[in-house]
Structure formats: structure tokens, C-alpha cells
Design a protein around this ligand. Structure first.
Ligand code: SF4
Ligand code: SF4
Length: 196
């Protein structure tokens, strides 16, 4: 039998139960979300580094990178030198309505011309506006975070003389089972000082 108003009461019960809990939703766009600095937001193009090699476009699984270029011939430098040719980028565009943010293009680029930017606020009401041409992709470069500092490595690096001199007591005796075997066709490895 259907009790009139049961659905409403059940709904109010759920509301009452969750009233005291902390909300897990974020109030975007009133409150900006706290994203990781390396968030995959949008792809930026360092146009100066791009050689129009097409590697990124060929590797892209979504086929959403469009590149047009032409070749220009630069005059020879010396009398014997040949004329040089170079690619000039005419168009570089990424269609973000097709992109799946896999990052393969960035990994594939051998000239460090593509970077992730954490910027994500570029929603459009027109689908075609999600194709970003090279000027817009170049502008995203301003939002790319600085590279992380280089790992300083171990804090203490022992000088090689200290390593060579240290294990004289602990080293296995020459001729014992654990002593290093002579190399094939070569001489016996050098014996540390104090082993003789
Ligand atoms: S992130 Fe992936 S899908 Fe998007 S443009 Fe690069 S390779 Fe293509
Ligand atoms: S792989 Fe890099 S250098 Fe080659 S076309 Fe793509 S962005 Fe330009």
C-alpha cells in the first residue's frame, strides 16, 4: 500500500541526516578549486621552438592537432656552402573538443615546444571555438608554471679516496670464496690497500 507523503518524508530524513556533515562539493565558480600545480588544463605552444616536424600530430590518438607549414630557402653562408631550407609554421591548432588530455603530444615533441598549463577556464558555448589557433596556444605559455628545481641529489658525497681507503678490514681475503675472480683475459682486480 502506498502511504501518501512517504517519498517526501524519506527525502526529509536524508536531508536531516546530511545536514550536520561537512560538504564535499566545491562552490565553483564562486570559490576557485585548489588544483595540483601540474594539473592538465590546457596545452600551451612555445611557437619559437616548433620546427613543424609533425611528430605530435602523427602521435595524437584523437587526430586533433592541425599543422600547416611551408619551406623557405635561406641563402648560403659561404661560397662553397649550399642553400639551407627551413620549415615555417603557418598554422598550429588543437581542437580541445576532441582532445582527451593524454599528454602524448607533449611527450612526443623532441623540441620542448608543448607544455601543460593548469588553466582550465576556457569553456565555450560554440564548439568550433574550442579549436585554439597558434596565437591562443602561444598565450597559454604565460600560465605554464616554472619547471621544478633540479633534484640536488644526495646531501653528502664521499670523496673517491675515502671510499677506496675505507673497507680494507671488511674486504674478503684474496683467494677466499668471496674474493673477486680474475677477469677473463685480463688481470686480477686491484687489491685494496692493506689486503696483501
Ligand atoms: S593531449 Fe593527447 S589527445 Fe590531446 S592533442 Fe595531445 S596527443 Fe592529442
Ligand atoms: S612535435 Fe613539437 S616541434 Fe614537432 S610539430 Fe609538434 S610541437 Fe612542433
Amino acid at each position: 500500500m502506498v502511504v501518501p507523503g512517504k517519498g517526501l518524508i524519506d527525502g526529509l530524513k536524508v536531508t536531516a541526516k546530511t545536514l550536520g556533515r561537512r560538504a564535499v562539493t566545491e562552490q565553483y565558480p564562486d570559490v576557485q578549486p585548489e588544483l595540483a600545480p601540474r594539473t592538465r588544463g590546457v596545452i600551451a605552444l612555445m611557437e619559437e621552438n616548433c620546427t613543424s616536424c609533425m611528430l605530435c600530430a602523427r602521435e595524437c590518438p584523437s587526430w586533433c592537432i592541425y599543422i600547416d607549414s611551408h619551406t623557405e630557402t635561406a641563402p648560403s653562408v659561404g661560397e662553397q656552402a649550399r642553400e639551407r631550407s627551413r620549415n615555417v609554421l603557418d598554422r598550429f591548432a588543437i581542437d580541445f573538443s576532441l582532445c582527451m588530455y593524454c599528454g602524448i603530444c607533449i611527450e612526443a615533441c623532441p623540441f620542448d615546444a608543448l607544455f601543460w598549463s593548469p588553466e582550465f577556464e576556457y569553456a565555450e558555448t560554440e564548439l568550433r571555438n574550442l579549436t585554439h589557433e597558434k596565437d591562443r596556444l602561444r598565450d597559454w605559455m604565460w600560465t605554464v608554471p616554472a619547471p621544478q628545481p633540479i633534484d640536488p641529489g644526495p646531501s653528502v658525497i664521499e670523496p673517491i679516496e675515502a671510499i677506496e681507503a675505507a673497507p680494507s678490514d671488511a674486504a674478503p681475503a684474496a683467494g677466499s670464496a668471496s674474493a673477486p675472480a680474475p677477469r677473463e683475459g685480463g688481470s686480477t682486480p686491484p687489491i685494496a690497500e692493506g689486503e696483501e
